[in-house]
Design a protein around this ligand. Structure first.
Ligand code: ATP
Ligand code: MG
Length: 395
């Protein structure tokens, strides 16, 4: 049975999990691995995090371990810091009534069965009993895993109405796992899609970020479209917009691809909605601007191009165009030169000091810019050459 254990054991946090498990069981509590890590192990994949579920309450967890962090005691979520690892240890609970479409008014600590029932999808509701190495499955999650189906635990409409974020999680997990969404679950997503508008910008950013770097992004996007979730969030993004195969490592890079064909005002609306950091926003805008008119970028002199590539969004946009085969020779030349400088462009040989008393106003900037362009283009090799050049320039 136990093909799951070697995968779990290979996780760097396994020793920490064992230590927590022993401490809990020695004190008469139960401890299971729960949620995503069990799902992933059954799929033969190493999980991001190993999460523990237990019948010990947050106060009891706090009493048993030296270092704990209270993530949300009332919701039964603690973190235990042990052996350099940071492990979520959550108390079995059932969620009370949901009134705000986001979180339950209150939770009650309860049994593993009830804890499985409050989870979103059946494949996310499995436990692994660390004592007897058994999977505990109260919701037929293993059956859905085998069928590669994403299905809500219990009534889909009820579960999405409770917590609107689950609508997006549905599309995200389908894309990550490359699973079909079970028909009743999909129908409920479609019926309730407008509720997704209440999801916070941070959550939206995180979920879209995960969806856009998933195993099957086109599937996730198709689900967003079919269920009208996309229309509720990004009404401008037509169903005809193709997903490019060139995803990046960072959320903003993938969002930039998603937003690439947006009109300027729609881009701004989307960026506001997603609550991005200034850096992420700038990256997307810089890429978007370059994509609007690559020729304008490429027709500038090399020195200017190289300086612009210091902006992550410009560099990313050009790398994408390169992969797409557009202006390949031109782009390869500029990217190769840019990368030949290593981590960053060199400091300018000349500074304002060199021009003191020699030039006034905007002429100073123009002169320094010209010198820097020549330096980047390889025509001025060192400061001595730059100083000589300056003498001629001022003549
Ligand atoms: P990932 O690999 O993306 O971390 P995960 O399954 O661990 O996947 P998390 O968002 O980390 O997903 O959540 C951990 C577990 O908590 C889920 O597997 C699920 O059982 C439960 N869960 C998380 N968010 C919700 C939610 N909004 N509603 C119901 N259950 C949830
Ligand atoms: Mg997780």
């Amino acid at each position: 049975m136990d093909q799951v254990r070697p995968i779990l054991q290979s996780h760097p946090h396994w020793p920490a999990v064992e230590a927590i498990y022993h401490r809990l069981t020695e004190n008469g509590y139960k401890a299971f691995l729960a949620g995503g890590c069990v799902r992933d192990a059954l799929l033969g994949v190493k999980a991001n995090d190993l999460d523990i579920a237990t019948n010990a309450t947050p106060d009891q967890i706090e009493g048993l371990f030296e270092k704990t962090i209270n993530v949300g005691k009332v919701f039964g979520v603690m973190r235990v810091l042990i052996g350099g690892a940071d492990i979520e240890v959550a108390t079995f609970r059932n969620d009370g009534v949901y009134q705000d479409g986001r979180r339950p008014d209150n939770v009650e600590f309860s049994s593993p069965e009830e804890d499985a029932e409050r989870r979103d999808f059946t494949v996310n509701a499995l436990f692994y009993d660390l004592e007897n190495h058994q999977i505990l499955d109260f919701v037929k999650g293993q059956e859905d895993l085998k069928k590669q189906l994403l299905r809500t635990v219990g009534d889909a409409k009820k579960r999405f109405t409770e917590d609107h974020l689950r609508l997006l999680r549905g599309a995200r997990f389908a894309a990550q796992l490359d699973f079909a969404v079970e028909p009743a679950t999909l129908a409920a997503m479609k019926e309730l899609s407008a509720m997704v508008k209440t999801v916070s910008g941070e959550r939206l950013r995180d979920e879209m970020g995960k969806l856009l770097k998933a195993k099957n992004v086109p599937l996730g996007l198709r689900i967003l479209q079919e269920t009208n979730l996309q229309e509720a969030l990004f009404p401008w993004r037509g169903p005809d917009v193709e997903w490019t195969a060139y995803s990046g490592c960072e959320i903003w890079q993938n969002l930039s691809l998603f937003l690439r064909k947006a009109q300027d005002s729609d881009l701004q609306k989307s960026l506001d909605l997603l609550r991005l950091s200034t850096k992420e926003r700038r990256g997307i805008e810089d890429a978007w601007n370059l994509w609007q008119n690559p020729e304008a970028f490429l027709s500038q002199r090399l020195g200017f191009q190289l300086q612009l590539l210091q902006k992550p969004g410009k560099l990313w946009a050009l790398e994408v165009l390169m992969k797409e085969g557009l202006h390949q020779d031109l782009i390869l030349a500029v990217l190769t030169t840019f990368k030949s400088f290593g981590e960053e462009l060199p400091k300018p040989f000349l500074s304002g000091e060199d021009l003191k008393g020699k030039l006034q106003g905007p002429a100073i900037g123009q002169c320094l810019q010209e010198a820097y362009n020549l330096q980047l283009e390889g025509q001025l090799k060192d400061r001595a050459q730059a100083v000589k050049w300056l003498e001629k320039y001022l003549h």
